[in-house]
Design a protein around this ligand. Structure first.
Ligand code: PAF
Length: 287
């Protein structure tokens, strides 16, 4: 695996991509888990060249402590990436990504940016949009891979690709779960055993929402309340939101119908957990 640190080297390398075939790109903040590996496998299956970036993007954190506490383990990440046969690892340095007097941001507007995460973590949408746009410029991938767990991130990136005419295809890979249903995330490793046990409530609440839909409950408020009430039974978990919305716009829905998303965000101490199920056409669930 080749490791690229300098932006100039990344740009030079990307200029030569055309000859090598399609480039599949997996942007990450490191502390890799099986969810990332699923994205890498999808990229390797579809593309001749696989590129992974690791950059803990301070701009997308609301609190400085969340950024400093974000888990990091480069030795382990390198092992996993080598084992996954990644071709290129892009490891830019913060000083180069955000040089002094950096002042140009990508700030989406509208419901996709302003609802859910836009309310609870305002820095997140602008931070993700800005870094992803920069990474697209530097890496110049043909296809980019994101996980369904971060559904609002997916919706924001889809909109920014469309609005800024970025020449990249977006693939969304299903959420990878632990055996008890918890969606894999870098942060969940920081939970204590008691907190880890409590975290299962998020998946259970989504299952409860799904069951209600399957029993023909069509009022979003009833499903939101049922999910919120279940999360509230777990004292270690604080709910940020339990929402029924459209998966592309994050807009509220008048009634529950296929192409609707059940989404939950909750906190356990300083660890944030997000997860979602999407009810698709023909009664299938993406979960
Ligand atoms: O999902 C993540 O790990 C981050 O939000 C991303 C997409 C790498 C941008 O920093």
């Amino acid at each position: 695996m080749r490791i690229i640190y300098k932006l100039e080297e990344m740009t030079e390398t990307a200029r030569g991509w055309l000859a090598g075939g399609a480039v599949g790109f997996v942007p990450t903040m490191g502390y890799l888990h099986q969810g990332h590996i699923a994205l890498i496998e999808a990229a390797r299956q579809e593309c001749e060249i696989s590129v992974v970036s690791i950059f803990v993007n301070q701009m997308q954190f609301d609190r400085h402590e969340s950024f400093t506490q974000y888990p990091r383990n480069m030795a382990r990440d390198l092992q996993l990436l080598n084992k996954a046969h990644v071709d290129v690892l892009f490891l830019p340095r913060a000083e180069e990504i955000y040089p002094p007097n950096f002042s140009t941001y990508v700030a989406p507007s509208g419901s996709v940016a302003e609802r859910l995460e836009g309310v609870t973590s305002p820095a997140y949408i602008r931070g993700v949009s800005t870094i992803i746009t920069k990474l697209f410029q530097l890496v110049r991938p043909d296809i980019v891979y994101f996980g369904q767990k971060d559904a609002q991130q997916v919706a924001v990136v889809r909109q920014l690709i469309r609005d800024l005419n970025i020449d990249v295809n977006l693939r969304v890979v299903p959420t990878v779960r632990e055996s008890d249903g918890l969606a894999m995330s870098s942060q969940s490793h920081l939970l204590s055993p008691a907190e880890r046990k409590a975290a299962r409530i998020v998946y259970r609440a989504l299952l409860a929402g799904k069951t209600l839909v399957e029993k023909h409950e069509r009022r979003p408020s009833a499903i939101e309340k049922a999910m919120a009430d279940l999360v509230a039974t777990e004292p270690l978990v604080q709910l940020d939101y339990a929402a029924v919305c459209h998966p592309d716009t994050m807009n509220e829905l008048d009634d529950v119908r296929p192409r609707c998303m059940l989404a939950i965000a909750a906190r356990i101490g300083s660890i944030r957990l997000i997860d979602n199920f999407v009810w698709q056409e023909k009664g299938r669930w993406q979960m």
